[in-house]
Ligand binder design. Structure first.
Ligand code: SAM
Length: 393
């Protein structure tokens, strides 16, 4: 890929030659040309701006300077080429070399609109008035051969520059967020970094960006490294369990929960695109619940296993089941269940009242959760109780 950036502050783009971008330059994956806009300015002061037509505050960048600058870059003018900031060890094997993984380009279709020349360079114009820059664009643009950035300053660049540039470029006006910067250079660093890290071979481990936030429409969940316990805070135990399927499910669940909390609109979009499985829906909709029932009747040993299985099928994932005999140590009168039993059967119950507590997660309404528990108990037991949602503080 070749990147050309036009600015009145060429030094501002110095970071493009550091770290992995510097390495990509060194490896010949990336070429970066930086151009001083004033090289195309005329007159004694080499002025690049003028007051806005119609009046108002600030200055606007002049079309007579930007027009020729963009013409000559489209015609192949290369400007000052950035070299890497430091020599890198290119003899060291990287993750993909070791695992024999071929770096994959994104299959995202290229950003070519109707009537545009697919071979024309892409002119990226950072502006707070542009469409929001997204990871999907970064993926599409990582397949380009030539990106040109026009860095605005002051109140921005005369709009006719882009109407004219559309003859030689595919023009995209993009914003990096809902705030206003002083100039376009920082936005260029942001966009260039987001795009170039997706070029095959720039990152040593292709999977690392394939699993990043936004790659599957969700934010990535929290990350952890060694030690397992740090300052008394434990990393989630599942991550050291060695069970790959469980780790994958845990990560997906964390990504879903974080996305729901921070960017709920991304969940809606993933749902609309059919990207959520039944398990995902469960993670998103389930709440922590407790079912507490008084039970009168014979409850066999081994019922817990049956109950767990039955409840899982019903959409109630059980964390714990406890049985506790009522009242041996406390002086209770007969409970409602015992009174009712005696009224109905004409004799007192020979079974004790047992308190059943189930903790777990479900997306069922609480009444349905209670019904599901009762349906999993032996037939004919008397019960009284309910399910409630545990408020997480
Ligand atoms: N008058 C412009 C407006 O209100 O839309 C703001 C101009 S801003 C002070 C100067 C330059 O900073 C812009 O031309 C653009 O290059 C850059 N810029 C500022 N905020 C930006 C953002 N959120 N995204 C991308 N570029 C931005």
């Amino acid at each position: 890929m070749r990147i050309d950036a036009v600015t009145i502050f060429p030094e501002y783009l110095e970071p493009l030659r550091h770290a992995l971008l510097g390495k990509a330059i060194e490896q010949g994956i990336l070429e970066v040309g930086v151009h001083d806009l004033r090289d195309w300015a005329t007159g004694g002061h080499k002025s690049v701006d003028a007051p806005p037509l119609g009046g108002g505050p600030g200055m606007v960048m002049k079309p007579e300077v930007w027009g020729p600058a963009l013409d000559s870059i489209a015609a192949g003018h290369t400007g000052t080429a950035l070299t890497t900031s430091a020599a890198h060890r290119n003899d060291k094997l990287r993750h993909d070399d070791v695992s024999e993984v071929a770096a994959r380009p994104y299959t995202e279709s290229r950003d070519v609109r109707k009537g545009e020349d697919p071979d024309a360079p892409l002119l990226i114009v950072p502006t707070p008035a542009g469409v929001p820059f997204t990871q999907a664009q970064a993926r599409a643009w990582s397949n380009e051969r030539h990106l040109v950035f026009a860095c605005g300053r002051y109140e921005g660049i005369d709009q006719r520059v882009f109407a004219d540039a559309a003859q030689r470029y595919r023009v995209r006006e993009v914003s990096i967020g809902d705030y206003v910067l002083i100039g376009g250079e920082v936005a260029v660093l942001v966009i260039a970094e987001a795009v170039t890290r997706l070029i095959p071979g720039v990152l040593g481990n292709t999977e690392s960006h394939e699993e990043d936030s936004f790659s599957d429409g969700l934010l990535e969940g929290p990350s952890y490294t060694k030690p397992r316990v740090w300052r008394g805070i434990e990393a989630p135990a599942v991550l050291t369990s060695g069970d790959h399927a469980k780790v994958a499910r845990f990560r997906r669940d964390e990504a879903l929960k974080r996305t729901k909390a921070v960017r709920p609109e991304l969940i809606d979009a993933a749902a609309a695109a059919g990207q959520l499985s039944d398990e995902d829906r469960f993670t998103l909709d389930a709440r922590e619940v407790i079912t507490e029932l008084d039970v009168l009747g014979r409850v066999q040993r081994g019922v817990d296993k049956h109950l767990r299985k039955h409840l899982r099928k019903a959409g109630y994932l059980v964390d714990s089941i406890e049985w506790e005999e009522r009242g041996a140590d406390v002086c209770f009168g007969p409970s409602m269940l015992e009174t009712e039993f005696e009224r109905r059967e004409g004799r007192p119950s020979t079974e004790p009242v047992v308190k059943l507590t189930i903790r777990g997660r479900t997306a069922l309404p609480v009444v349905e959760a209670t019904k599901a528990v009762v349906a999993g108990l032996p037939r004919g037991v008397d019960w009284y109780g309910s399910t409630r949602v545990v408020e997480i503080t």
